[in-house]
Design a protein around this ligand. Sequence first.
Ligand SMILES: Cc1cc2nc3c(=O)[nH]c(=O)nc-3n(C[C@H](O)[C@H](O)[C@H](O)COP(=O)(O)O)c2cc1C
Length: 322
Amino acid sequence: MPPPGESMNASEVDLSVQIGPLSLKNPIVAASGTVAYGDEMRSFLDWSQVGGIVGKTITLKPRKGNVPPRTAETPSGLLNSIGLQNEGIESFLARTLPAMRELKTAVIVNIGGFDTGEFSRLLDALEKEDGIAAIELNISCPNVDDGGMFLDRDPDEIRSLLESLRPMTRLPLIVKLTPNVSDILIVARAAMDGGADILSVANTYFGLGVDWRTRKPIVAAGTAGVSGPAIKPLSLRHAWVVASNLKAPVMGIGGIMNAQDALEYMVAGAACVQVGTANFVDPGVCAKIVEEMRSLLAEAGVRHVRDIIGTLQMPGGDASPS
Ligand SMILES: Cc1cc2nc3c(=O)[nH]c(=O)nc-3n(C[C@H](O)[C@H](O)[C@H](O)COP(=O)(O)O)c2cc1C
């Protein structure tokens, strides 16, 4: 770091990062379910400026998703229960993946299965494809209430899923954890023990919005996932707990709206971050965060963003508030 006062040009800042086996040109990745598969965003965003994109969860069969309304705003976040609407793997490979490959950013395919067999078939289909940087496993979507996705809070199930999937692919495997557990280290450790390369920390929090006049929930499916600024301190702590205790490569996710938020996650130990709800506020936000990060780091005299990862000086342990 140069002495205080020595100025650095923003263009001199190196934003490249290494997250386990995955190399990214910068640490800003668009989160699953918030940018579709990138194509629709092209008039707002130059994807080549962004570190990566995670597509919406793909399942084996197409899914219509839940009935509307599927999202609702709260004072500091978003409630959603989309129900994994997607075109299914066959159509994804034929129609959508070819367009994703043209985005000139790291393409991360997010998949969701209802049992190990479904995850295996999805991985098998993706294994033959070029132009995929990594696979993210959605084991933690809280919106599906039909017998699947039960494994997100069960460490034995997570470990055994990873043990089955790890030998099937050459691609880095990212496990997206649920934050809806009392100790995230238990599920994080299970995923790493099973062979995960990277952990995404974390998905949405269980929540509920109610219209007291109609006596109905404001999202039609009932309970929903909470995202956005409301969850930032919660997921920031989860990312710190996982990164500092397991030394696992972490992608931090939750409430990141600007470069300041992203840098906070990286200081807490995340090697890169994913940006979700902010894309609904401004579809060009990911590229703006990259530029803002460059300026903030130049101002602070930090030449390589990787130098700030995990530099949080925590005075004590993981204290409970009281
Ligand atoms: C409308 C919406 C749809 C989402 N769909 C998915 C999905 O299909 N798969 C997934 O793994 N996460 C999904 N997520 C979760 C986000 O990827 C992210 O983990 C979460 O929103 C927290 O980040 P944020 O606070 O920046 O939005 C969705 C989030 C929202 C708001």
